[in-house]
Design a protein around this ligand. Sequence first.
Ligand SMILES: CC(C)(COP(=O)(O)OP(=O)(O)OC[C@H]1O[C@@H](n2cnc3c(N)ncnc32)[C@H](O)[C@@H]1OP(=O)(O)O)[C@@H](O)C(=O)NCCC(=O)NCCS
Length: 175
Amino acid sequence: MSDDPSGDAEPRLGSTPAVTVRPADRADLLDVLRIERNSFSDPWPYAAFESVLDAPAFLVAVGPGVDGDDTLLGYVVGDVMPNHGRDIGHVKDLAVRPDARGQGVGRRLLREALFGLALAGAAVVKLEVREGNDAARSLYREEGFEPTRRVPRYYGDGEDALILVVDVEAWRASE
Ligand SMILES: CC(C)(COP(=O)(O)OP(=O)(O)OC[C@H]1O[C@@H](n2cnc3c(N)ncnc32)[C@H](O)[C@@H]1OP(=O)(O)O)[C@@H](O)C(=O)NCCC(=O)NCCS
């Protein structure tokens, strides 16, 4: 994943929204793209999101925005790759609208994605995070991810990526 948190210009949501998390559909993609562009210096293009519409954990969080109307607050993209009976989940993208951050939406999306990936057969889930992305690294650490290795100059601007992994076998067992 790439990440470059930015764009805190919009007013913040006043209270914790009543958030629903559900699978993404095509009608969500323009809102997803808008958040993606507000969140990353090297955003995914529209076609990349289109290509993961059937992924087991492309989820969106919807809840009241600053005007009180239901708004797409964030999304997560997670997929599963076969791996000789020990499938590997991959959280490929995660972002929350700048004005909805810090209210638990990112954590909720991540947890639901991990659960969905476990249900889809993943034994472990991995992701990449920028070394300097303190907010995301803190979230991942709290959710049990551990660093496995560093990929030097993984991102286009030369920043290193850390590869983090969490075991979700226990969630599979509790299906
Ligand atoms: C990372 C991101 C998805 C977190 O979403 P969020 O809804 O703001 O996160 P939450 O409110 O669920 O917070 C969960 C945890 O994340 C960490 N966190 C969130 N914002 C933080 C901040 N500004 N500074 C430090 N830690 C932060 C904390 O550990 C927090 O737990 P706490 O509330 O107990 O302190 C969001 O900041 C974002 O969209 N960033 C830009 C895109 C990005 O970097 N995506 C990740 C790519 S790897």
